[in-house]
Design a binder for this molecule. Structure first.
Ligand code: SAM
Length: 592
């Protein structure tokens, strides 16, 4: 097939081509909600020293829609995040009672694709993204992820045992696992190893009292046929042991060294060799793709129990309904990160990822748009920081308390419509916010200078930005041009300017006109609030699907609600999900 006709393997869906043009919002810290320990535990620890990192105060909890939040993080965090773990709504169908299957899957895929593209850009070159799903969407998302990351960046599809007991009432299968897809930012990512377990060490024995300790009978043959390794092994008494089909594992030279070192020994009649692999020489364990040991990676019921212990006064029915166990996240972070690395969870739920990252000395960012951000995440992290959380992985990580986090809201849209329908700068913006927002929009790092009034940010060492709401005259521009000098350039964003003049080191733009076309303004909800969509119309004449966000209108008969499993999936991306208010699940026996 000619290269021209080569077709890409891809999944298509309704609305795949629609992409929101996101406004890069600024984040506003609310100091009254930020929290940190009263003293730093090990303020002077340096990388490599015990106790590093010292108390981490600058973790971030962002309240709001994660699409806008991820866009807001882009300027500061592109290429900096070592591990993204997300556990989005699985799309079990309960949010889409009124929609046909094709459309609901399409919407879910579009919502996820938009977020995953931003998440991928935030990853460092040695970073990985872990996405926790179940059978409802995992296979579709795998194809989409292959398209976004490249198939060569697919690392594994981990089967995590989510249920501690099977469901005997299941009519087909009791679905007891979830799948965690792992992708790396770049091909060839190398996993960290896990600490050795007693079970793995039990394979090593010492039947001959070898002074080097327990050993295991290792493989002696080459994994692939190699002519050079296909020699007969000379024995101490001069016999020859024929090589295995593919050849030995070592060249003759190396085999001789191992014989001399006692790592290769001959059985009494010299008809076989034994390759001794010593426990003392073993490094950590390569992670397996099956996580079935509930003692090591927890299970769903345990996660709820952990939360109950943290919030003993809350009735069980009011607890966050789909938390993940701390041990599961600990395993992820052990494989993907080291102390001090940035970890991000943009579907934070009850805050498990941040809690575990904190206890493990990683820096974290969490985004959550539901009220449980205040009901669970905030108090949970305060308990972790205050050393009052005694559960989860506290003992395993030897966590004693410390550190802190900053709490952020997303700023409102920079532009709003005035009473005549014209876009104007939002009344909620003060001069500082306006400057920061324009820096972000124009790709400048916001860094106001204390000495030069016109230096509000920079894109390079010699390229600066100045934002002002003042009208500028020709004389003012001339003075600015002088101050900037011939070696530097300045982007001037002002409300208006008078006098036609061109200064080679100045680019003058008017706000808001200059930024109007950059993105969508005044758009706060990219979550597609399913519950607010129109009710189904009785007519069956509904072929036309308009899938642009907010306009969806393909309404065929209601799905038959399935009986509640008692393990409800939160609805898809709504504002106040995740609580026990979730509707009856249509999940196919899947349990979280
Ligand atoms: C399954 S829960 C995550 C549970 C979490 N792993 C834990 O251990 O608690 C999914 C979360 O994603 C949140 N979510 C859904 N859509 C969102 C959006 N557009 N922006 C931010 N959070 C969102 C929901 O509110 C819910 O809390």
């Amino acid at each position: 097939m000619s290269r021209k006709n080569k077709q890409k393997l891809e999944l298509t869906w309704i609305g795949k081509e629609n992409r929101p043009k996101l406004e890069p919002r600024i984040l506003l810290e609310d100091p009254s909600r930020s929290y940190h320990a009263s003293h730093r535990v090990k303020p002077d620890a340096r990388p490599g020293e015990p106790g590093f990192p010292s108390d981490l105060f600058d973790n971030r909890l962002i309240f709001g829609d994660n699409l806008l939040a991820l866009k807001a993080l882009e300027a500061e965090f592109t290429g900096k995040v070592k591990c993204v773990y997300i556990d989005p709504p699985f799309n079990t169908g309960q949010a889409f009672d009124h929609y046909e299957d094709g459309l609901e899957h399409s919407l879910w895929l579009s919502l996820m694709r938009d977020r995953l593209e931003l998440l991928r850009a935030l990853l460092s070159s040695d970073g990985t993204l872990w996405i926790h799903l179940d059978d409802n969407e995992v296979h579709y998302l795998k194809v989409v992820m292959d398209e976004m990351f490249g198939r060569e960046c697919f690392v594994s599809a981990i089967a995590w045992r989510a249920a501690d007991s099977s469901n005997n009432d299941a009519k087909q299968f009791s679905i007891d696992h979830n799948t965690i897809l792992v992708y790396s930012r770049e091909p060839g990512w190398l996993s960290r190893t896990l600490p050795r377990t007693d079970e793995a060490n039990a394979h090593y024995k010492n039947p001959d009292n070898d002074p080097r300790g327990p050993w295991f009978m290792g493989n002696v043959s080459s994994p692939h046929p190699r002519e050079k390794l296909q020699y007969d092994m000379p024995t101490p008494s001069g016999k020859q042991i024929p090589h295995p089909h593919n050849g030995w594992r070592w060249s003759l030279d190396l085999a001789r060294k191992k014989i001399a070192a006692g790592q290769i020994v001959f059985v009494d009649d010299e008809t076989r060799i034994i390759h001794k692999t010593y426990l003392a020489d073993q490094k950590g364990l390569a992670p397996s793709s099956i996580w079935h040991d509930i003692k090591q990676t927890g299970h769903n019921r345990q996660a709820k129990y952990e939360l109950k212990k943290l919030f003993p006064d809350k009735p069980t029915t009011e607890l966050f309904s789909t938390p993940k166990p701390e041990r599961l996240i600990e395993r992820v972070l052990r494989i993907a990160t080291k102390e001090g690395d940035w970890v991000l969870d943009s579907f934070a739920g009850s805050g498990t990822t941040g809690a575990v990252a904190h206890k493990m000395g990683r820096q974290w960012i969490m985004v959550e748009r539901g009220d449980h951000c205040h009901e669970f995440i905030d108090p949970r992290l305060r308990k972790v920081i205050g050393g009052q959380d005694k559960g989860g992985v506290t003992d395993a990580t030897d966590w004693k308390g410390g550190g802190g986090f900053r709490y952020y809201n997303l700023a409102p849209s920079l532009l709003e419509k005035d009473r005549w329908g014209n876009w104007v700068i939002s009344k909620e913006y003060n001069a500082e916010m306006l400057t920061e927002a324009l820096c972000k929009l124009e790709g400048f790092a916001y860094a106001p200078s204390e000495t030069e009034y016109w230096r509000h940010g920079h894109s390079t060492e010699r390229d600066f930005i100045y934002v002002t709401t003042q009208p500028l005259t020709r004389d003012m521009l001339a003075k600015l041009s002088d101050e900037v000098g011939d070696d530097c350039t300045l982007l001037v964003m002002c409300k208006s300017f008078r006098g036609k003049a061109s200064f080679p080191n100045l680019t003058v733009k008017k706000i808001p006109n200059a930024v109007m076309a950059k993105c969508e303004w005044g758009q706060d909800d990219y979550s597609l609030e399913i519950r607010n969509l129109p009710e189904p119309e009785p007519s069956a004449d509904d072929e036309q699907a308009n899938t642009s966000p907010g306009k969806t209108k393909v309404l065929r008969g209601k799905r038959k609600p399935k009986p509640s499993s008692g393990n409800e999936e939160p609805t898809l991306f709504p504002a106040t999900e995740g609580s026990s208010k979730a509707k009856a699940s249509g999940a196919k026996g899947a349990r979280r």
